[in-house]
Design a protein around this ligand. Structure first.
Ligand code: ATP
Ligand code: MG
Length: 641
């Protein structure tokens, strides 16, 4: 229903010099496995594979017989190639303290940490839970696990003791690596007490390894070991053993937007192949000149793939920032970009919409002229946010790449290539070379251009999840049962007249109003295209007349005041933009929306509120008080014709 005509061709220079050009699509279409073999050859293998793909649906194995060490590929090989002095991370602590970590430093630190893990009795195949702030010891701990073949399970540092305990027990981890705390919003934020509370009921945990970051006082227990006491005295030499391409690399739990989080299992060879290839292609990374920054937290998949494994495999120089965007002031991110001369910036629509709400005069105070490419991930980016991002952050010259993927896919699957595609605000465009994505109807038939339906992936890809940890049945049910022989990610999509893809949000969120399927994403985009609206979340509430009725929750921009007049204006605006069928029954003006820790709106909770049900699982919510706040606001915010 949404009509978007703005187009942004790639800058000529970028197009001419792009790492990956249009011919890659044909190359991969002609010989998909050959294409992925060449991508795998960008890595260093101790032993080359003999079979590229073994596909026993829905179980895939890639690069069978191949052996490699992920940490060696991310660290040692760059040092051996003479780039030991190159910066791997410019780390910026929230209070303003900084560390520069070269590839040489990383090799030393990862080797010592790997030796320490071995001393602590951690070996190949053991699970290690990591619950840390955004400090350099976090990627170091992950790489140390990868190096020895232990399986890391990173749990976002803001989760509760319950959430941490559940994940530790699901993976039966032997060790937790944590810190006394980290800095958030200008203050030390303790982590260790949460770990202490969690591990009381974690029988598999033998030790807790603690990094000192804030100097906060911590309770000590027999199981505790200080990082500086054990890691610092280790040898700086550690020989990386080759691991099988199908040995597990990590477990990561999905963000829990739709249901109970799932422990997604990734393996080494295929995962590293595709994260490295996509990081090089989608961000057009020039490792000698670019300074790359992904603002995500390493606790979710974007951080795993595009702060740790992809950039390091490619020998990139990255920025890593510990804290929140508003600390000590709302221009902190732009200050970081100015300070380090960031050229590639990757963030989420939720952050962009927050910056829109704070106002464009904030980024305008900083020199952002180093930027050349902008990325977006996590949710559909509505056209207004895309254009704002391009204009106010990208100086109207940087292409925006909207990257669709999931914890399960491991790497980016659908995205424009910045030197190839003409950007369309709101569209994720085409599947990347080597990926066969399609949009099908409920009979599994491809929809024509102009049609909408279910996004599916037709062929296995190297960085696909191998299963849900310990639950092959749930793996089959969740992803492979809806459409025979196809991977179903749970998202809806449409294919426009040019054949380009637009993500429409989760199919569970699609509303059925008087017999019409209406996507929450489109109504949200229409609301955010109104100059007074900063954010919107839309759900279908039970309605005796129309089956479902559209209920919207909106956050207003800057100093805009709510009220009945505005609500009417917004309802009319949606009706005018999308048609009268999409006019919301109610619009509630709220101060906050319920979001997961990765910044995604939890529509299922808003649906519970709209239908007056008791709330479902809230364990992955950033701030559970938000739900009470919204519920308390409802009666007064109600407006009906
Ligand atoms: P759970 O599966 O537990 O409900 P989740 O799906 O939020 O959690 P993630 O794997 O972090 O966990 O998120 C992946 C989902 O995020 C995708 O399935 C999609 O719905 C959404 N998404 C990510 N990137 C984009 C994008 N560029 N455009 C549209 N949607 C996106
Ligand atoms: Mg999901």
């Amino acid at each position: 229903m949404l009509h978007e005509t703005r187009r942004f061709p790639p800058p000529a220079e970028l197009a001419a010099d792009a790492n990956v050009k249009a011919d890659a699509y044909d190359e991969a279409a002609t010989d998909r496995l050959g294409f992925w073999e060449r991508a795998a050859d960008r890595l260093d293998w101790t032993q080359r594979w003999d079979t590229t793909l073994e596909w026993n649906p829905p179980f895939a194995k890639w690069f069978i017989g191949g052996k490699l060490n992920v940490a060696y590929n991310c660290v040692d090989r760059h040092v051996e190639a003479g780039r030991g002095d190159k910066i791997a991370y410019y780390w910026e602590g929230e209070p303003g303290d900084t560390r520069e970590i070269t590839y040489g430093d990383l090799l030393t630190e990862v080797s010592k940490a790997a030796n320490a893990l071995t001393e602590l009795g951690v070996g190949k195949g053991d699970r290690v839970a990591i619950y840390m702030p955004m400090i350099p010891e976090l990627p170091i701990a992950m790489l140390a696990c990868a190096r020895i073949g232990a399986i890391h399970s990173v749990v976002f540092g803001g989760f509760s003791a319950d959430a941490l305990r559940g994940r530790i027990n699901d993976g039966t981890a032997k060790l937790v690596i944590t810190a006394d705390g980290g800095y958030r919003r200008g203050a030390p934020n303790a982590l260790k007490p949460t770990v202490d509370e969690a591990v009381v009921d974690c029988p598999s945990i033998e030790k807790v390894l603690v990094v000192r970051r804030t100097g906060q006082e911590v309770d000590t227990h027999d199981r505790d070991v200080w990082w500086h006491e054990i890691v610092d005295r280790q040898s700086e030499v550690h020989k990386p053993e080759p691991h099988d391409a199908e040995d597990p690399l990590f477990i990561l739990y999905t963000s829990g937007t739709t249901a109970k989080p799932k422990g997604i299992l990734h393996t080494t060879g295929g995962y590293l192949t595709q994260v490295a290839w996509t990081h090089n292609a989608v961000f057009d990374l020039k490792p000698d000149t670019d300074v790359y920054w992904c603002s995500a937290d390493i606790g979710w998949v974007t951080g795993h793939s595009y702060i740790v494994y992809g950039p390091l495999a490619n020998g990139a120089t990255s920025v890593m920032y510990e804290g929140t965007p508003d600390s000590p002031h709302r221009g902190r991110w732009w200050e970081v970009i100015q300070k380090y001369g960031v050229t590639i910036f990757y963030t989420a629509p939720t952050a962009i919409r927050t910056f829109m709400k704070w106002g464009q005069d904030i980024p305008a105070q900083f020199d952002l002229s180093s930027l050349r490419i902008l990325g977006s991930v996590g949710e559909p980016i509505n056209p207004e946010a895309y254009v704002w991002y391009r204009e106010h952050i990208g100086g109207d010259r940087c292409p925006v790449v909207d990257t669709w993927w999931q914890t399960e896919t491991g790497s980016i699957m659908i995205s424009p290539l910045p030197g190839v595609a003409e950007g369309k605000p709101g569209a994720a465009m085409r599947p990347l070379p080597g990926i066969t994505a399609d949009v099908v109807d409920d009979q599994a038939v491809s929809v024509p251009n102009g049609g909408g339906g279910f996004l599916v992936i037709r062929e296995p890809w190297p960085s696909m999840l191998r299963t849900i940890w310990g639950d092959d049945e749930r793996y089959k049910d969740t992803y492979w049962s809806r459409f025979e022989g196809m991977y179903f990610p749970g998202d809806g999509a449409k294919r426009d007249e040019d054949g380009d893809l637009w993500l429409l949000g989760r199919v569970d969120d699609v509303m059925l109003v008087s017999g019409h399927n209406i996507s929450t994403t489109e109504v949200e985009s229409a609301l955010v295209s109104h100059p007074k609206v900063a954010e919107a979340a839309v759900v279908g509430a039970l309605d005796p007349v129309t089956g479902q009725a559209i209920v919207a929750f909106t956050i207003l921009r800057g100093d805009v005041e709510g009220g009945d007049e505005l609500v009417k204006e917004l309802r009319d605006h949606v009706a005018k933009t999308l048609g009268p069928i999409a006019k919301p029954r109610q619009i509630h003006v709220v101060a906050e929306l319920p979001k997961t820790r990765s910044g995604k709106i939890m529509r299922r909770l808003l649906r519970d509120i709209a239908d007056n049900r008791s709330l479902g699982d809230v364990s992955t919510l950033t701030d559970s008080s938000v739900m009470q706040l919204i519920a308390a606001q409802l009666p007064t915010a109600k407006s009906e014709d």
